[in-house]
Ligand binder design. Structure first.
Ligand SMILES: N[C@@H](CCC(=O)N[C@@H](CS)C(=O)NCC(=O)O)C(=O)O
Length: 196
């Protein structure tokens, strides 16, 4: 399998999932401004959508879109989430993608100060809602981290970058994620933290 990624982008969630599932994978860094891989290939020729994550699966070629990619990667686990838990995973992936990830667009896009301030307030409200929905659990689904946790965690790294006010429960959740071996390995491999 091959992961197309950009350091610290949402593709970090897939990178963590690949490590945690013990998958055999190669990774290809993509320059998202130039839309070019590190080997100089036109990324649009590989993924016409032009964004990460994208994985080249061994079964059926390229797969894109966080909800699909993170469900595919979740299914690599033994045992994979099933029954209600699989639907809860999809529920969270939908929420994180449409309500949280999309909420960062004005910030990544460098919108006006006013729009950025509104986006930050709205994200703080969404994060409070996440805490309420988690209802004291350590992880989003069941008793162990799943690929939706990877995705939420990555957005919390962005929250730091943009100075978004996080509830204490999510600060503790972020620390729990940073303590995961797969998270540390993926962040090291992407050059986000130092070796050692
Ligand atoms: N709808 C896509 C959005 C993915 C996305 O926004 N990726 C960002 C990185 S976090 C990206 O590659 N942006 C560069 C671009 O859109 O050209 C998904 O859910 O996978």
């Amino acid at each position: 399998m091959k992961l197309y990624y950009s350091p610290g982008a949402c593709s970090l969630a897939s990178h963590i999932a690949l490590i945690e599932a013990g998958a055999d994978y190669d990774k290809v860094k993509v320059d998202l401004k130039q839309h070019e891989t590190e080997a100089g290939e036109d990324f649009y020729a590989i993924n016409p959508r032009g964004y990460v994550p994208a994985i080249a699966t061994d079964d059926f070629g390229l797969l894109t879109e966080n909800p699909a990619v993170l469900t595919y990667l979740s299914d690599l686990n033994e045992p994979a989430l099933a029954g209600e838990q699989r639907y809860r995973l999809l529920e969270w992936l939908g929420y994180i993608g449409t309500e949280i990830h999309s909420g960062y667009r004005p910030l990544f896009g460098g919108d006006s100060d006013d729009r950025q301030a509104k986006a930050k307030d709205s994200l703080t409200a969404k994060y409070r809602q996440v805490v309420a929905l988690m209802d004291g659990s350590d992880w989003l689904v069941g008793a162990a981290p799943c690929t939706a946790d990877n995705y939420l965690f990555v957005t919390l790294l962005w929250a730091d970058k943009f100075g978004i006010d996080l509830p204490d429960a999510l600060k503790a959740y972020k620390k729990r994620n940073l303590d995961r071996a797969a998270v540390a390995q993926a962040m090291r491999e992407e050059g986000l933290i130092e070796d050692g």
